[in-house]
Design a protein around this ligand. Structure first.
Ligand SMILES: [Zn+2]
Length: 123
């Protein structure tokens, strides 16, 4: 998956990755790209089941966790995160990060945060 291809609307396997999310009502994927457009890591949102309750980890939260596990060399020059939301019947939908996730991304040092819109664009 390449950021330039996604921005130009070229066919990618992005939605196949999104639908792997086990959250039924909103399937989201957050992808981190290097400055040259190549992908570093990606993560869907997911349901975590504890002993007495279950909750959802947002795609962006899980992406940051993944990035923190990478060696510094692998995440060097990391600048852009794209958040995507897919609904089989509609296609791409609004995936604007919530306040908490936006803060997490900014604190990590992500310079550009992009997301899909209801019109099917990336903004
Ligand atoms: Zn969030």
């Amino acid at each position: 998956m390449n950021l330039q291809d996604l921005l130009q609307g070229k066919t990618t396997d992005a939605h196949k990755k999104v639908i792997k999310s086990d959250v039924r009502r909103a399937k989201l994927l957050a992808v981190a790209f290097r400055k040259n457009g190549s992908m570093v890591a990606s993560s869907t949102n997911r349901i975590v089941r504890g002993s007495t309750k279950k909750w959802t980890i947002h795609a962006e939260e899980f992406l940051i966790k993944k990035l923190k596990k990478l060696r510094a060399r692998e995440r060097f020059g990391l600048l852009t995160v794209l958040v995507m939301r897919w609904t089989p019947s509609v296609g791409w939908k609004l995936a604007k990060p919530c306040k908490n996730c936006r803060r997490l991304l900014e604190e990590y040092g992500i310079e550009t945060i992009l997301f899909t819109t209801n019109e099917g664009y990336i903004t």
